[in-house]
Design a binder for this molecule. Sequence first.
Ligand SMILES: NC(=O)c1ccc[n+]([C@@H]2O[C@H](COP(=O)([O-])OP(=O)(O)OC[C@H]3O[C@@H](n4cnc5c(N)ncnc54)[C@H](OP(=O)(O)O)[C@@H]3O)[C@@H](O)[C@H]2O)c1
Length: 259
Amino acid sequence: MIDLSGKIALVTGASRGIGRATALMLADAGCDVIVNYVTSQSAAEQVAREIADKGRQTAIVKADVSEEEDIRSMVDYVGETFGRLDILINNAASGGFRPLMESTAQQFERTMNTNVRPLLQLIQAAQPLLTAGYRDGQGPRSKVVAMSSHGSHQALPAYGLIGASKSALESLVRQLALELGPQGVNFNVVLAGLVETDATRNLPEAHRFFEAVQARMLVGPRPLTPEEVAKAIIFLCSPMSDLIQGHTLVVDGGVGIQG
Ligand SMILES: NC(=O)c1ccc[n+]([C@@H]2O[C@H](COP(=O)([O-])OP(=O)(O)OC[C@H]3O[C@@H](n4cnc5c(N)ncnc54)[C@H](OP(=O)(O)O)[C@@H]3O)[C@@H](O)[C@H]2O)c1
């Protein structure tokens, strides 16, 4: 088991899905965890209760990551309340599934402002916390992991806006690694295959997508769960991945390597 005892972690969009599983697994690994949400207060409170039951400190923070002021307030709160930040999981995302030809400029901006810009604004706000006390020659002082999908590099039906946002997000991670790697911040991406969460189970014909993906899994008949994705995220938060910088780790059971 990876030991992250004493670390302070912030997970955006931790009330549901992959963010929730990651927050709980970080707590299992010994972290105190700040649970961000925007609409699902009772779900966020439930996650925080489970974290507290594991003996960890926790707090829930309502913040819309598409609003710069909310991001600043959330990071200020983390600094004032927890005094440090060691792990940041940029997980929150949204964006409707629709063809590009039916997408408006407003929908484009909303998707980018929710899925891409928050990473930059979170890092700008949290830079002092993420780099505090770093000395040359040490391992990374802090870890940042962002969530992507196959839409970043594949053309998928009705996924144009989200796919473009994930491409931009992966690029941003590389650029941030270049700028802040020398100050002790380790940036990476976890690219997940299709996971059953609220975001995907309500897709039209969702069962067809899940069946098609399951048929292509190269790890036997085994679903890709939020917990399986969270394991890869925890690895990228641990000292075991210190020399992995600016990269994308694919967790999809081998689906994406097939033509
Ligand atoms: N599911 C998949 O198949 C899949 C595959 C690859 C990558 N991903 C990526 O993994 C991440 C999590 O996906 P998921 O499927 O777990 O999503 P999900 O179940 O729909 O949960 C989304 C989470 O993000 C939060 N959120 C949404 N908009 C927000 C905002 N403006 N400010 C703050 N929080 C916000 C939600 O908070 P509330 O509950 O408060 O609304 C919720 O906690 C996303 O980046 C997604 O693109 C998912």
